[in-house]
Design a protein. Structure first.
Ligand code: SAH
Ligand code: SF4
Ligand code: F3S
Length: 452
């Protein structure tokens, strides 16, 4: 196929979670294999893809603003194409063509493999191509075929896509569809492929990773299918670090807690989305666990693993959240001493159960609660980060800093970002860093030994 001479430079802008980040990498690999090239910037690109997120209204609003600017650009540039992939493509669907009439394509998350084909068709003169999530055919098993023309030391590996839960506030089940788990063999094959290419850290990803395979794969010696998967990934030579994202507090049982003690490659950090500290609100959110159940898990983890790092997601201002409910969240916040927290103001998502609840909270109240938690977070994250001062940490080096190219950054096993001066050849390696300074969001230090 010949797409020359013009119009082959693409730029992908990614919003949202790591699932979207992974999808963008996948699209990049597909486009490279179709002979397209990455543009240096959005300005020099003639194909622009917005890989979007719908989880909060603001994310959608921003993306629509950008699409409108791109529509203006299309009017003045020949051979220019732009479109939407990701969750908003499924959530708003055809409506997007009405909001921004010049959009060239809208592709839902489960159809992104079609991106190369869609661009080919556009180049052949077709207009306004729309691929919703209707097909059950998914990407995941083909990942390895297309994947990773783009290889970094740390790779995200999808183990499941979609979500069968029913959280009252959340749009993800609509945008990503029912959960589909990838066969274990296919995941292991991909991890093997990645380590052969130099990957040292894998993050196993899905909406709820600890529910992986529960309907199909039997428990073995009390171990869930997810724990069995972790053990298998752990036994692959060349994998140095394992992470996962996100687990659900329900089903975070002792077999998984024990992995942190039994599997040395499993990093001592868990992202544990609690959402609220009030049982009443958790019930209204349809999160099937209590504050006590969540705390019990976290206490066990901190007891078993020295310096176990814990991050979370919290929503403030969910419909009906009273001062007392919020106080419970504040209390939980102080009790756990989070290393990091993503605090969200509740955002009404049309089509979710919470959207029609009649006790919506005024923005000003959510904002106030948001600020209270952010202030607390600044204190706890600084305190937690300071615990690492004077220690030596193995840092998986990711990239030079954007501000100063002589400075590199990477992550410790506890998922602390570390800045230090060092030679570029360390990128992709694990360097030994003596930590000297901490802020609320990162550490810095000096190179003790180049390689661990
Ligand atoms: N599957 C993950 C979360 C995916 S969405 C889990 O269950 O934990 C990421 C985060 O966005 C959620 O944890 C939640 O805190 C937040 N979120 C989702 N819907 C939201 C909404 N309507 N308003 C505000 N925050 C929301
Ligand atoms: Fe959304 Fe709940 Fe599914 Fe997470 S578990 S993606 S919050 S519905
Ligand atoms: Fe956003 Fe979709 Fe992820 S809604 S958070 S990009 S699954």
């Amino acid at each position: 196929m010949d797409l020359r001479p013009v119009g082959r430079q693409f730029f992908i802008r990614t919003y949202g979670c790591q699932m979207n980040g992974h999808d963008s990498e996948l699209m990049e690999s597909i486009l490279l294999s179709y002979g397209f090239q990455p543009a240096k910037s959005e300005d020099t690109a003639n194909i622009i893809i917005l890989n979007t997120c719908s989880v909060r209204e603001q994310a959608e609003r921003k993306a629509i603003g950008r699409l409108q600017r791109l529509a203006r650009r299309k009017k003045s540039e020949e051979d220019f194409y732009f479109g939407v992939t990701g969750c908003m493509a499924q959530n708003l669907g055809l409506e997007l063509f009405h909001c921004v009439p010049d959009i060239d394509f809208v592709i839902a998350p489960r159809r992104i493999h079609a991106i190369g084909e869609v661009l080919r068709r556009l180049k052949n003169g077709e207009r306004q191509i729309y691929f919703p999530n209707e097909s059950v055919e998914t990407s995941e098993n083909n990942d390895v075929l297309y994947r990773r023309k783009v290889i970094k030391a740390s790779a995200f590996v999808t183990i499941a896509n979609g979500c069968n839960m029913n959280c009252a506030y959340c749009i993800v089940p609509k945008t990503r569809g029912r959960e589909i788990c990838r066969p274990m063999e296919s995941i292991l094959h991909e991890v093997q492929f990645l380590v052969e290419k130099g990957v040292r850290e894998v993050t196993l990803g899905g909406q709820i990773v600890n529910f992986y395979g529960v309907r199909k794969i039997p428990f073995k010696n009390g171990k869930s299918p997810f724990v069995q998967l972790l053990e298998k990934v752990h036994s692959i030579d060349g994998v140095d670090r394992i992470r996962f994202l996100s687990p659900h507090p329900s089903g975070f049982r002792d077999d998984l807690i024990d992995c942190y003690s039994n599997l040395p490659k499993l990093c001592p950090h868990v992202h544990f989305p609690i959402q609220s500290g009030s049982d009443r609100i958790l019930r209204a959110m349809r999160r099937p666990y209590t504050r006590q159940m969540a705390l019990k898990i976290l206490h066990k983890l901190r007891r078993n693993i020295p310096l176990m790092a814990i991050s979370t997601d919290l929503i403030v201002g969910f419909p009906g959240e009273t001062e007392e409910d919020f106080r419970q969240t504040e209390q939980l916040f102080s009790e756990v001493d989070f290393d990091m927290a993503f605090i969200f103001k509740y955002s009404l998502r049309t089509g979710t159960q919470a959207a029609v609840m009649d006790n919506q909270i005024p923005e000003i109240v959510s904002e106030e609660r948001n600020q209270i938690l952010l202030k607390k977070l600044a204190v706890t994250s600084y305190r937690r980060n300071r615990l690492f001062i004077d220690s030596r940490q193995p840092v998986l080096v990711e990239a030079p800093s954007t501000k100063d190219p002589a400075v590199l950054w990477g992550y410790t096993p506890h998922h602390k970002k570390v800045f230090f001066h060092g030679p570029r050849k360390l990128i992709g390696q694990i360097a030994d860093i003596k930590i000297s300074k901490a802020t609320t969001c990162a550490l810095s230090g000096t190179l003790a030994d180049e390689l661990v």
